[in-house]
Design a binder for this molecule. Structure first.
Ligand code: MLT
Length: 254
């Protein structure tokens, strides 16, 4: 079983982190009220041990195992970037368990050929130069080279990444399917949040996802790049708290 934390009370929200982070990236979201926060660490990140192989589908299964262990039938799922790819796999595998979707700086399309080549080279870096080298590369891709307020915190969160976890996650991301049809068939309240300066999954990706999901709302978070939840927690939390209160609470009793 993956390591997870379970705090607060109210609507269950499962926060699925991105690469190469851990559940701690959602530290600022734990103050959102009216929510039971369930926060897993994916294999090889945070306090979860690495696994040899992973796919978005196997990771989806492991998240659902946590809900089974907690006897939670249905929850809202929040996916940050790679966490969004896992959320899409959960929606394919067990749509009846998804009460709402919170899509954060993510995209539905699979990797391009260029993207796949980049994954291979990052795997090589993880194997030869170690996790630290990969996390520094990702930190720069995510937040840019300037010193942003969230940089020190994000670097600290990335410190738990293991080379084996990094390689397995890169392989899983590389192999992920196109989720366009998954989004077209999503019939639950959905909010999409994206940093206005996100260069990894730019606002144009989020606008495209909004068109695919019936009734989805889009929040472009000003002054944020790829980690809008950590970079602008107040704006982000206000939008999510309102979304849960107005669009999710009525359809789900905790
Ligand atoms: C992430 O933030 O999880 C990754 O940047 C996603 C990706 O590389 O596709």
């Amino acid at each position: 079983m993956l390591h997870y934390t379970d705090t607060g009370s109210g609507i269950p929200v499962v926060w699925i982190h991105g690469f190469p982070l851990s559940g701690r990236i959602f530290a600022e979201q734990m103050s959102i009220k009216g929510v039971r926060h369930i926060v897993p660490d994916l294999p090889g990140f945070g306090s979860s041990p690495p696994q040899r192989d992973a796919s978005m589908d196997s990771l989806a299964g492991e998240i659902l195992d946590i809900l089974d262990a907690l006897s939670i039938e249905k929850a809202a799922f929040a996916g940050l970037s790679m966490g969004g790819y896992i959320l899409f796999a959960i929606a394919r595998r067990a749509p009846e368990r998804v009460a709402a979707a919170i899509l954060i700086d993510t995209r539905e399309l699979p990797d391009s050929a260029e993207g796949r080549a980049g994954r291979f080279s990052m795997m090589e870096t993880a194997r030869t130069a170690g996790a630290r080298q990969v996390t520094e590369l990702m930190l720069e891709k995510m937040l840019g080279s300037g010193h942003r307020p969230a940089t020190a915190f994000v670097r600290e969160v990335m410190e738990s990444a293991t080379p084996a976890g990094i390689v397995a996650a890169l392989q899983a991301m590389m192999d992920r399917p196109d989720s366009t049809d998954t989004l077209r068939s999503l019939r639950v309240p959905t909010i999409i949040l994206v940093g206005d300066s996100d260069t990894i999954t730019p606002p144009s990706d989020s606008r495209r996802m909004k068109e695919l999901i019936s009734g989805a709302e889009l929040v472009v978070v000003p002054g944020a790049s790829h980690l809008s939840n950590a970079e602008q927690p107040d704006l982000f939390n206000d939008a999510v708290e309102r979304f849960v209160r107005e669009r999710v609470a009525g359809s789900l009793q905790s």
